[in-house]
Design a protein around this ligand. Sequence first.
Ligand SMILES: Cc1ncc(C[n+]2csc(CCOP(=O)(O)OP(=O)(O)O)c2C)c(N)n1
Ligand SMILES: [Mg+2]
Length: 353
Amino acid sequence: MKELAELCEIPVVTTLMARGAFPDSHPLCLGMPGMHGNYTAVTAMQRSDLLIALGSRFDDRVTGKLDGFAPDAKIIHVDIDPAELGKVRRPDVPIVGDCRLVIEALVEVLKGRGGLESQPDRSEWKSTLSGWQEKYPLTYQPAEDGEGLKPQYVLEELRDMTPDDTIVVSGVGQHQMWTSQYWKFDHPYTWVNSGGLGTMGFSVPAAIGAKVGRPEKMVWAVDGDGCFQMTAQELVTAAAERIPVKVAILNNAYLGMVRQWQEMFYDERYSEVYLSPDLPDYVKWAEAMGCVGLRAESPEEVAPIIEKANGIDDRPVVIDFRTDAREKVYPMVAAGTTNDTIIVDPSQGEGGH
Ligand SMILES: Cc1ncc(C[n+]2csc(CCOP(=O)(O)OP(=O)(O)O)c2C)c(N)n1
Ligand SMILES: [Mg+2]
């Protein structure tokens, strides 16, 4: 895929399910598109004249309102399952096959036609993209005194303090979106998340499975407080079997993703979303399950506590990060709207673009 992208200088987006399939550090990588994708990835797809979809399924969380999705784009859709082709968007060129083999064949053909030399000049498109990247990077406001931790800050620290090939697993909710946004994935199969069914409670058991499968790798689960409460008991198994997974709970005391929708689209009529920062006591609960339990409440505590957790290798570790409940995931394409109306972080301007 890297060869194909480089051969024609094609910018690449990786969907939530495909994070890591193409390195985030590559200059052609634009990151994640979709409801909580970054501005450039979303808008590049939206304004594109050709989309080459490799094994992706035009999920509604990526397309937004379907009849307004990428209106000028021709579609080459490659999938091993013929039922996927035309299921959502009619492809101009449907190709049934194993992506790896199809990509290899495409590379062969393009090389035969002279590769990059034979491609039209894309410098204008490239400068449009870098202009968007500069204007609308992922951003958040750092915490002021006493505000609690910003979840994005916790993730940046965790990302920077763990090995490059760490396997990251997440639950479902705001923490999942922030993890996908803020992590830098440079290796395939290092991101494990429930992006199909979106099952809360996924991360703890999935992290245990990942660690058993790849014992030589560091495995971090980034979990929500709500999600953690669903399957945390599996850590008893991890402790008993000495499977040293690490869990970072972004404890915002809420079912944060639902709270965000109630705040933005239901006039702040909060219903059934408040949990509690202290109940259960995650440190005591972790200890009762045979894990090490740690807690961080202020930015200064974050790095030392991650360092401590990284050093524990004989049992699971759980960190209770007390995060700011008011934080929302941006950008956002509201359900039922088109990708043209992406809502960026309030610091980057009012309303949609
Ligand atoms: C089993 C299950 N129940 C309900 C939902 C709907 N849902 C999606 S995200 C979410 C809230 C998750 O809360 P939390 O784990 O605290 O994560 P946060 O959004 O606060 O980061 C809910 C209820 C779901 N995806 N799965
Ligand atoms: Mg939560």
